[in-house]
Design a protein around this ligand. Structure first.
Ligand SMILES: *Cc1c(COP(=O)(O)O)cnc(C)c1O
Length: 453
């Protein structure tokens, strides 16, 4: 074990981890460099990062253009207080986002990570309802199996037991709408050929709680951390319609889906809806720096707009120290410039088709692959007993986790969520690397599934 790893185990407490596992069985991999889709270890192994380092690295590690722009910016202006001050890079970024986002989102409030953006959107929604006189609207709704971050407010509108159960007594009591489940559809329908029968549950929910709801928050089209659950555009449109009908704000958490991940620039655009509030982070800075933004409509913005001493209408008294950080803004601007100039989204669509075809071909003989579901370049494969019954594997076997470890031993960084594994590569990955990722996956599956019992 290298000195670096030894010291790591002595000092560092890693995210989302049982440290005993690190110390006793599976020490962290020391990474010293990155380039394109690859991470390079201390001892020179090249690891193919097919998950964009937790979904944020949009255009490859150490993208030369972004790195260069960041270095220049660091010599020009690294940070400035964003209350009563402004700077060209934040203004330009907002102008650009307004062009790209669904029409209607036109005011931008900065924070510094995804969870903070979610918290901000909840507070904005709450204050909005108070200030337009809808004082009884104090409850929040979310979808089951949703994920919106780890801070207390974000956790409260998440509904995955894994993250929330222990903390329940600390959390506000959000209401849950049963999310669509297209893999095990309770209506017996097949993915892509239903009429969103499950929307009736949301209708019923709104009938019951619509009057007391402040906002509904959801991950549009893709519930990421909840298991890469992909659901139909029509369902999202249904939620939009219900929110409008009942005077409830719709918050789209596009932290994972924004900036081309779903094949379109934003999942909301793909579904042709405009939320009242939208949360952006992760790919926003192409994975360079923590930054997040909440985009709001004119209607929401107006509800906060009044003279300083207005007795009823207050501004939004909420701040984060690093709000509007110029370094983050420059990364975002450079990322957007590259997306546009190099037609990255158009090319990513071809790559997505290529990857889908490849996975379908190479995984077709594995009875344990329940389905290959995909949205943009995101591809997710649940592991099951057999694809006909779709019954889950015995969780005690930790098959997904073992697949993750096995692939990593072959220099592929994929990730599992329970017994599901997924790819979420940078949009500019090349086809050779996609092929390599699939080949290593096949090899790892053979090894792991052979030693199942
Ligand atoms: C990652 C994620 C978050 C949380 O973002 P952090 O920067 O990790 O706080 C919130 N919502 C969604 C949909 C995410 O994928």
């Amino acid at each position: 074990m290298s000195d670096l790893v030894q010291d790591d185990l002595k000092y560092v407490w890693h995210p989302c981890s049982q440290m005993q596992e690190y110390v006793e069985h599976f020490p962290p991999l020391p990474i010293v460099r990155g380039h394109g889709s690859y991470l390079v270890t201390e001892d020179g192994r090249e690891i193919l990062d097919i998950i964009s380092s937790w979904w944020c690295n949009l255009l490859g590690h150490c993208n030369p253009e972004i790195s260069e722009a960041l270095a220049e910016q660091a010599k020009t202006l690294e940070h400035v207080i964003f209350a009563n001050f402004t700077h060209p890079w934040a203004v330009e970024l907002c102008r650009k986002l307004k062009e790209l986002l669904p029409e209607g989102l036109c005011h931008f409030n900065f924070a510094d990570n995804g969870s903070s953006a979610v918290e901000m959107s909840l507070k904005l929604a709450f204050q909005y309802q108070q200030q337009i006189g809808e004082c009884r609207r104090i409850r929040f709704a979310c979808l089951t199996d949703g994920y919106h971050g780890e801070t207390i407010g974000a956790l409260a509108v998440g509904s995955m037991d894994l993250y929330t159960r222990l903390f329940k007594p600390m959390l506000m009591d959000a209401l849950q709408v049963p999310a669509p489940d297209c893999f095990n559809c309770p209506y017996g329908k097949k993915r892509g050929s239903c009429s969103c029968e499950c929307l009736e549950q949301a209708e019923k929910f709104f009938k019951e709680y619509g009057e007391c709801l402040c906002a509904l928050i959801c991950e549009p089209l893709l519930q990421g951390a909840g298991g890469m659950r992909i659901y139909p555009e029509a369902y999202l449109r249904g939620l939009r319609r219900l929110c409008t009908e009942y005077g409830v704000l719709l918050i789209c958490d596009e932290i994972a889906t924004g900036f081309g991940r779903t094949g379109e620039m934003f999942a909301s655009l793909k579904a042709k809806i405009c939320p009242d509030l939208m949360c952006l982070s992760k790919a926003l800075t192409a994975g360079y720096l923590p930054m997040s933004i909440v985009a709001a409509t004119e209607k929401v913005y107006k509800a906060f707009y009044a003279p300083l001493d207005d007795p009823k209408i207050k501004g939004f008294v909420h701040s984060h120290t690093y709000a509007g950080n110029p370094l983050g803004c420059v990364c975002a601007l450079t990322m957007l410039k590259i997306l546009e100039r190099d037609e990255i989204l158009k090319k990513a669509k071809d790559k997505a088709r290529f990857l889908t075809g490849l996975l379908e071909e190479k995984l077709k003989d594995f009875a344990e692959i329940g389905e290959i579901r995909h949205l943009g370049l995101i591809h997710a494969m649940p592991l099951v007993k057999d694809k006909e019954s779709r019954k889950p594997l015995d969780p005690k076997l930790k098959t997904g986790y073992r697949l993750y470890q096995c692939a990593l031993s072959h220099n592929l960084l994929l990730r599992n969520i329970g017994d599901l594994f997924y790819f979420n590569p940078p949009l500019n990955i090349d086809e050779a690397d996609l092929e390599k990722a699939v080949d290593i996956t096949v090899r790892s599956l053979k090894e792991v599934l052979a030693h199942k019992a």
